[in-house]
Design a protein around this ligand. Structure first.
Ligand SMILES: [Zn+2]
Ligand SMILES: [Zn+2]
Length: 239
C-alpha cells in the first residue's frame, strides 16, 4: 500500500488531527486506522484521541456489562483515564442512580463538574436541591442560574435521561421528593405551589416533557419556583 508509506511522513500535528477526527466519527474506524500504519497507531494511543472518541451510550452500557468485550472495556478504561467527560459522566450517573457505588459516582461526578461539563453541573444541582440544607440549596440555585444563562438545561436533561433510559427499572434509584425538598417558601410568591400543575400541564400538552426549551418554567420569575419545577421534572426523568 504505497499511499500509506507516503502518509507516514506526515507531520505529527496532521496525524493528530486525522486520528482525532476519525475517533470522533466512530471507534470502529479509529481501530482500522490504527492498524493501518505505525504513525497512526502511535498517535492513536494519545489521551487526546481517547477524549474525542464517539461512543453511543448503548455501546458504553453493553461494553461495561459484557465480559466478552474485554478489548472494548480496556478502550473505555483508557477513555476514562484520558478524562473523556461524557464517558465519565455516564459512569457517574450509573454509579449514583443505577445501582453502582455511590461514593465512586459522587467522586467522578465532581471531577466531571470541575471540568465544566454542564450535564454534570445539572446533576450536582439536582442533588444539592434534594438535600435538606439551606447552604446546599443556595449553591444549587447559583448553578441553576448559570445553566439558564447558558441555555443548557434542556440538553443536560436529555443527556441525563439518555443514560437512564433503556436500563432495568429495578436498578433505578429514583430520588424521593418530599414537601421539605421544595424550595420556594415565600408566601408572597404568586407561583408558589403551582409547579407540579405546570409540569403536568406541559407534559400532557406536549407529550414530550424533557425538551422544555420552548416552555418549562422559564416564564416564572421566581428562581425558587423554577428550581422546584426542575426537581419535579428530574424525578420524572426516570419514568
Ligand atoms: Zn422565590
Ligand atoms: Zn416562588
Amino acid at each position: 500500500m504505497e499511499h500509506l508509506t507516503g502518509s507516514a511522513n506526515l507531520p505529527h500535528d496532521v496525524w493528530t488531527l486525522i486520528v482525532g477526527r476519525t475517533a470522533a466519527q466512530s471507534v470502529r474506524d479509529l481501530c482500522s486506522l490504527r492498524m493501518s500504519c505505525t504513525a497512526a497507531r502511535n498517535v492513536g494511543e494519545e489521551d487526546f484521541v481517547y477524549r474525542c472518541a464517539s461512543i453511543p451510550v448503548s455501546d458504553q452500557r453493553w461494553w461495561s456489562l459484557s465480559p466478552m468485550h474485554q478489548p472494548a472495556r480496556n478502550f473505555l478504561a483508557r477513555c476514562r483515564q484520558s478524562r473523556h467527560l461524557k464517558v465519565l459522566f455516564r459512569s457517574a450517573v450509573s454509579d449514583l442512580f443505577l445501582g453502582g457505588c455511590r461514593f465512586a459516582g459522587m467522586e467522578t461526578m465532581h471531577v466531571v463538574t470541575a471540568h465544566g461539563h454542564s450535564a454534570a453541573q445539572y446533576t450536582v444541582f439536582m442533588m444539592l436541591m434534594l438535600r435538606d440544607n439551606f447552604e446546599s440549596k443556595n449553591k444549587g440555585l447559583e448553578t441553576l442560574r448559570g445553566l439558564e444563562a447558558a441555555s443548557a438545561l434542556t440538553i443536560c436533561k436529555l443527556e441525563f435521561r439518555g443514560v437512564i433510559q433503556g436500563t432495568w427499572t429495578h436498578l433505578h434509584r429514583v430520588p424521593m421528593l418530599n414537601a421539605e425538598n421544595l424550595v420556594c417558601s415565600s408566601h408572597a410568591c404568586p407561583s408558589r405551589g403551582n409547579m407540579g400543575a405546570i409540569y403536568r400541564h406541559q407534559r400532557c400538552g406536549r407529550g414530550w416533557h424533557v425538551n422544555d426549551g420552548d416552555g418549562g418554567a422559564a416564564h416564572i420569575s421566581c428562581v425558587h419556583c423554577r428550581a422546584d419545577y426542575e426537581l419535579i421534572l428530574f424525578v420524572h426523568l426516570f419514568d
